[in-house]
Every structure is written in C-alpha cells, then in structure tokens.
Design a protein around this ligand. Sequence first.
Ligand SMILES: [Zn+2]
Length: 191
Amino acid sequence: MEAKEASTPATGGGCSVSAEEIEKWMEEAMQMAKEALENIEVPVGCLMVYNNEVVGKGRNEVNQTKNATRHAEMVAIDQALAWCRGSGRSPSAVFERTVLYVTVEPCIMCAAALRLMKIPLVVYGCQNERFGGCGSVLDIASADLPNTGRPFQCIPGYRAEEAVEMLKNFYKQENPNAPKSKVRKKECQRS
Ligand SMILES: [Zn+2]
C-alpha cells in the first residue's frame, strides 16, 4: 500500500528508487509471475536492477526443476552473478547497489540469501503469510543477526492484490505437479 502512494523516492543502503521506477520494474516482475503461472509454477516473478539495467530476472522454477530452492529470487541471483562474470564486475560492488523487485514477500530462505548477498533494497507485492522473511513469519530483513550479511530495506504492498489473485489462481488448480499426477493415474488404472 505504501509504495502505491509514495511519490517521493524511497531509499535503502545508498540505493533510491522513484515511483516511476517501481511502476516500470514491478510491471516486468508481474509479467514474470504470469509466465510462472502459465508454466504451472507458484506465480512469483523477480527482477534485479543495477544502474537502471536488469542484471538478473527469474520466476519460480520449483516444479520444473524438482528443486524446492529454485525460487524466483534464487534464479535472479544466479543470473546476476553470471552478468557480473560476463561484464568483469565485482559481484559485491554490483549487489550492494542493486534493487530487487519481487511480486511476493521473499520467504525466509530468500530473505537470508538477500542479506548474505548484501542487497540493500527490496520492493515487493503481497505478503507471504506462510514463509515470509520480511516480517510476516520471521523478520530476517531487519533482524540484528551477527555475521549474516546486512539487513535490507523493504517497500511492501505494490500491486499486492494482483499478486494475491495470481497465487489464488495457482492454488485453485487441481494439482500443481502434473507429471506426478499422470503417473499416479496410470498406476490406479492398472490396479
Ligand atoms: Zn524464497
């Protein structure tokens, strides 16, 4: 909610974003979330922006990879690291000036990763009631935890209703893991 009404730039760890930037990049993150939904993944989309350039983007790939850690943020971090390698830049110098946009509040795992990578500012859509690491379940983002990276600033609530709607659409689908259900069906038919 706050982000929608914000007309002044928001800051975090030396990074600042304008309302226009938030609008532009969150639109792209929402598109990534839609793509996830179309691919029967939990609809979460993420974008990492450094110096007004997208250096990493990702959507949930958990079902596709059968890897529970392939959240949108993790996919985007891997891309951003590859971008650093490709452009000969130091990841730490890039990450500490990167803003991360994501359609759903980062989970506990991702929030811890964002701390470790020292990303200063995170703009997100709806809250993550189940696993949220920016205050919904645990407050990893601003907790005083020694030797676990750096706390980061959050701007929550941008296009939250749309993000929630997409999550609801996903959970309405009968079975998020289609190949497994096919196997089960076959087994049932045989017996
Ligand atoms: Zn996560």
